[in-house]
Write a protein that binds this ligand. Structure first.
Ligand SMILES: *[C@@H]1O[C@H](CO)[C@@H](O)[C@H](O)[C@H]1NC(C)=O
Ligand SMILES: *[C@@H]1O[C@H](CO)[C@@H](O)[C@H](O)[C@H]1NC(C)=O
Ligand SMILES: *[C@@H]1O[C@H](CO)[C@@H](O)[C@H](O)[C@H]1NC(C)=O
Length: 205
């Protein structure tokens, strides 16, 4: 009996572990550690012949909370250490940073990329052709996204081109199930506060 119960528990733990691991994998597959980026040193070297195109521009039209985005990019001066940064919120131009944004990376960026990948990741010939593509899985996190091509490697990034912005159709869709919502949420909170107060009072009196 006891063994059966424990096995059941172990099975549930394993199942939860597997689900979490899979979610983690889905998000971080093919990513590189962000700490290598010298975001404070970023400079602008926009090139009118370089571009990054992201499609589709509206995500989650079928209520999905994750979706694949395809990036197509080109640079007239490609190099092996060119990389693509993913930004969310999409506006990372420091001269138009949202005021409430607490972290600012001077002189150029409001925010650090949330992930990045080398431009040659799916296009081994990028260094020669200057053309590449990348597929990325995005999770609905209530902000829009943009993608930027950098040269100069990770340690001395130079912004070469910025993509169009993409966003989820319903940015407020819950990504993970919540315990309760709306009115019920209020009520739950209020009841919890009342009962906490009650407990505190009875504890101290
Ligand atoms: C892609 O770029 C990275 C970083 O510069 C390099 O380490 C890697 O060897 C390159 N891969 C290919 C296929 O060229
Ligand atoms: C940032 O915004 C300023 C002012 O709107 C503009 O002059 C500049 O080119 C922008 N920089 C980038 C990298 O888009
Ligand atoms: C829920 O909270 C909001 C904001 O805190 C308030 O305006 C609203 O009246 C509350 N609703 C209920 C049912 O308590």
């Amino acid at each position: 009996m006891i063994f059966g119960g424990m096995r059941g528990l172990n099975f549930i733990s394993l199942a939860i572990f597997l689900v979490l691991t899979t979610l983690q994998e889905a998000w971080s597959h093919g990513d590189q550690p962000l700490s290598k980026i010298g975001i404070h040193k970023a400079t602008v070297d926009l090139n009118h012949d370089a571009y990054v195109k992201a499609s589709p521009s509206v995500l989650g039209l079928k209520e999905q909370t994750t979706e694949w985005v395809t990036l197509e990019y080109s640079s007239p001066k490609p190099s092996a250490d060119d990389w693509i940064g993913v930004f969310s919120p999409a506006n990372f131009n420091s001269s138009t940073c949202p005021q409430e944004k607490p972290t600012v990376y001077p002189p150029l960026l409001c925010s650090a990329p949330i992930k990045y990948q080398f431009a040659n990741y799916s296009s081994p010939k990028y260094k020669d052709t200057g053309k590449g593509y990348l597929k990325l899985q995005l999770i609905n996190q209530r902000s829009d996204f943009s993608f930027a091509l950098f040269s100069g490697g990770l340690s001395n990034p130079k912004l070469v081109a910025v993509s169009n912005q993409v966003a989820f159709a319903n940015p407020n869709a819950p990504v993970y199930p919540r315990l309760a919502q709306g009115k019920q949420w209020n009520e739950t909170i209020n009841k919890a506060q009342v009962s906490t107060k009650h407990k505190l009072i009875s504890f101290f009196s």
